[in-house]
Structure formats: structure tokens, C-alpha cells
Design a binder for this molecule. Structure first.
Ligand code: FAD
Ligand code: GLY
Length: 378
């Protein structure tokens, strides 16, 4: 028997889980408060960068990030073959660059840590880095080259996932906010803001930065808060032709397959404030300009804000929760696009086989149990 599953949230995570389940014959209904991709998934820079985004204290997360990166090519191929859509995966690699003595020292420390963990990185002088990427600033002193950190067009990804889910028989209900979930081991349910009650075998909470807001989760609500990110989209114009993702000390610059160049991003503790501010624009453009000066000649295409879903330990919250019948797939913070394949495949397996794979174990929602003070941000 294949199960019926209700999914709350139409970002990359909810859509990919829905697609994975529907491919196996599950009966999937996905509820999105707004339109698909309205959350962080369409705003993101789309980097698939486990190495460049490695933090010293996050080795479990690093392993999960690498595993998801490893699964990306097959995942993208499957999605593209099914839908005929191109998700704009680029494999030019990432340059982490330093523009002064302090940032060179920080980069050197990060490089030592990366090599201690056998990562695929190479130390370059400023000159060597510019030979690889001529649009780098002339004053850069050093760089770390990470050839296996790639990127994808996350907007195209969201659209392809929605198509793929519907082609496999799933239903997407846009502009249908879910107000509450009703946990139950056999037939959990959800209630929409319009008062409709829907039952199924499982309910998946993939509501991104809003995942702790649903009524009915009580002590099982994940401790998720929004971390605001402002990002600027520029339009690639001749002769500017940046090929590599460039990560500077204050900002990153990400060329996209569709001709955009994303420059970002701020990380602000501002609750759900959506404002694009002068300071946000200034910091992004200044930080980007310091490493890739040519961006200042490009037309601005968009300025946007997204909310990264951050848990208390900044790791994702994945798997069965203490609320019976409710499965969490949230808290992807800075890595949700990168983590889409592993999340979709492992959460689908968890629901279809009723097992928790070793990939999910470090990230189970129950690690926060007993820590109720943080369950719902005030
Ligand atoms: P979202 O995309 O936010 O989707 C959640 C959805 O749930 C939303 O559409 C929302 O409307 C819906 N929803 C909320 N509440 C309800 C409800 N009650 N009922 C129904 N629907 C509801 N990650 C990377 O891997 N690489 C990057 O380069 C990268 N860059 C980023 C840059 C910025 C500026 C930001 C903000 C994020 C970035 N991220 C990046 C992180 C990534 O965007 C997120 O981790 C990821 O998009 C989370 O996906 P999601 O589907 O969980 O959440
Ligand atoms: N991963 C990039 C960001 O969160 O801004």
C-alpha cells in the first residue's frame, strides 16, 4: 500500500519531497500559503557549495551537504528528463578570495581545515586566481579554488519540481495557508485557514521559516526562526562575463545560467521584516564590488528578501517528530537548495519504508525535545 501524504509548504523542500513520493505512487497533496517558490527557495543564490560554506563546528552537516552534492547530478538529470526543463546547473567551481591581510589569514585557516579533511581545494596566489577568472579585482592577494562547488538556477528548479510533481499525479493547492495540524499515529490531518479538514497517512511540515507557526504542534514545534537575507540580482552585460562563483570576505557573486548575477547576501535577525533597505543594498554591492569590481556597471534586475529557516543549532530538522504522524523537513538555513536531493530522498524513504536512515539520525526533530522555550519565536 502506498500512503497518502499532505505537505505544508511549496518551496524546493516540500516540492521535492512531494515529487519523490509521487514517483513511488504515493498520493500527494501539497498546500502552499502563497504561490510555489514564494519563500526562500526562489530568492536563494543557488550555490551547491559544501566546501566553500564549511564551518569549523559543523562536520555532521558538512557530511550531509557533501552527500547531497554527490546526489545532485542524478537528481537534476531525472528532473530534467522527466519535465524537459533545464535547471541551469553550472559546474565552473568556486573561488574563495581574500582582499587584505586579515581576510588572507582567515582564508589560510579555512584552507588548512579543508585540507585536514581531504577536501578538493587548491591554494592560489592572486595572480593565479586572476588567470582563472579575469573579472576578479586586481588587488586580491590569495584565493582558494574549489572546483567541485557548483550552482543551480533555483527559480528554474522550483518550477521544474512543481511540474514534475503534478506530472506524477500530485496536487498543488496554491494560496491555501494551513492553519493547524492534528497529530495522530494513524490518520493525522491538517486544517486550512478556510476551515477545511484533510486527513492522510502522514503530514510533512516543510514550511521553511514559518514551520514553527502551525497550531497543533505544541511541544513538538521545531525551534525555527527566520534569518533575513537581502540579495541583489544584476543583469550580465557584455563585456562582463564572470564564469566562477566568487566568495569574498563580505559578499558572494554568483553568475547564473539565465544571465543574472546574484550578489548577496545579508544575514539579519529582523523577524519577518521583508523590507529591502539601503544598508542591505549598500553592503551587498560594496562587498561584491571589492572582489568583482565590474558588477557596478551592470543593470539592477531585482532586489529581494528571503527568510532562511534556521534552527537553534543551524542544522536541518528532518524526520518523524514527537507529534504522531507529523514528519519535519525544515531548518535548512543556508543550504536548502544544496540539501534538496538528500532531504527529498531520505524523507520519502522514511515515509514509504517507515525507517530512519543513518543520514537523518543526527538531524532528528526529537533532539530539541524538552527544550520547549524555543518552540515558537515570540
Ligand atoms: P521556503 O522556500 O521558504 O518554502 C517554504 C514555503 O512554505 C513558502 O513558500 C511559504 O509560503 C510556505 N508556507 C509557510 N507557511 C505555510 C502555511 N502555514 N501553509 C502553507 N504554506 C506555508 N541555500 C543554498 O543551498 N544555496 C544558496 O546559495 C542559498 N542562498 C541563499 C540566499 C538567500 C538570500 C537566502 C534567503 C537563502 C539562501 N539559501 C541558499 C537557503 C535556501 O534558500 C533555503 O534553505 C531553502 O530555500 C529552504 O527551502 P524550504 O522549501 O524549506 O523553504
Ligand atoms: N548560502 C548562502 C546564503 O545563505 O546566503
Amino acid at each position: 500500500m502506498t500512503p497518502s501524504v499532505l505537505i505544508v509548504g511549496g518551496g524546493a523542500i516540500g516540492l521535492a519531497i512531494g515529487w519523490e513520493l509521487a514517483r513511488s505512487g504515493a498520493d500527494v497533496d501539497l498546500f502552499e500559503a502563497d504561490t510555489i517558490g514564494a519563500g526562500a527557495s526562489a530568492t536563494a543564490a543557488g550555490m551547491l557549495a559544501p566546501t566553500a560554506e564549511l564551518s569549523f563546528e559543523e562536520l555532521d552537516l558538512y557530511r550531509l551537504n557533501c552527500e547531497s552534492k554527490r546526489r545532485w547530478p542524478a537528481f537534476a538529470r531525472r528532473l530534467e528528463d522527466q519535465t524537459g526543463r533545464d535547471v541551469g546547473r553550472r559546474t565552473h567551481g568556486t573561488l574563495m578570495v581574500a582582499d587584505d591581510r586579515d581576510s588572507a589569514e582567515a582564508l589560510r585557516r579555512q584552507y588548512r581545515f579543508q585540507t585536514e579533511h581531504d577536501l578538493d581545494v587548491e591554494w592560489l596566489t592572486g595572480e593565479e586566481a586572476r588567470a582563472k577568472e579575469p573579472f576578479l579585482a586586481p588587488n586580491l592577494s590569495a584565493a582558494v579554488w574549489s572546483p567541485s562547488d557548483h550552482d543551480v538556477d533555483n527559480r528554474a528548479l522550483v518550477e521544474a519540481l512543481a511540474d514534475a510533481l503534478e506530472q506524477r499525479g500530485g496536487s498543488i493547492h496554491e494560496e491555501t495557508p494551513v492553519a493547524a495540524v492534528e497529530p495522530d499515529p494513524r490518520t493525522p490531518a491538517l486544517r486550512t485557514a478556510d476551515g477545511e479538514r484533510v486527513e492522510a497517512d502522514r503530514v510533512v511540515v516543510a514550511a521553511g521559516a514559518w514551520s514553527s507557526q502551525l497550531d497543533g504542534l505544541n511541544g513538538a514545534a521545531p525551534p525555527i526562526r527566520p534569518v533575513k537575507g537581502q540579495i541583489v540580482g544584476l543583469e550580465m552585460q557584455v563585456p562582463f562575463d564572470l564564469q566562477h562563483v566568487v566568495r569574498g570576505p563580505e559578499a558572494y557573486v554568483v553568475p547564473k545560467a539565465d544571465g543574472r548575477v546574484m550578489v548577496g547576501a545579508t544575514a539579519e535577525e529582523q523577524g519577518y521584516d521583508e523590507a529591502v533597505t539601503g544598508e542591505g543594498l549598500f553592503r551587498n554591492l560594496e562587498g561584491g564590488w571589492e572582489v568583482v569590481p565590474g558588477i557596478l556597471d551592470l543593470d539592477v534586475q531585482c532586489t529581494c528578501t528571503g527568510f532562511r529557516p534556521a534552527s537553534r543549532d543551524h542544522a536541518p530538522v528532518l524526520g518523524p517528530s514527537a507529534a504522531p504522524g507529523i514528519v519535519m523537513a525544515t531548518g535548512h538555513y543556508r543550504h536548502g537548495i544544496l540539501l534538496t536531493p538528500v532531504t527529498a530522498e531520505e524523507i520519502a524513504r522514511c515515509i514509504l519504508d517507515d525507517t530512519v536512515s543513518p543520514w537523518l539520525e543526527p538531524f532528528l526533530p526529537t533532539r530539541f525535545d524538552g527544550d520547549r522555550a524555543g518552540a515558537r519565536p515570540t
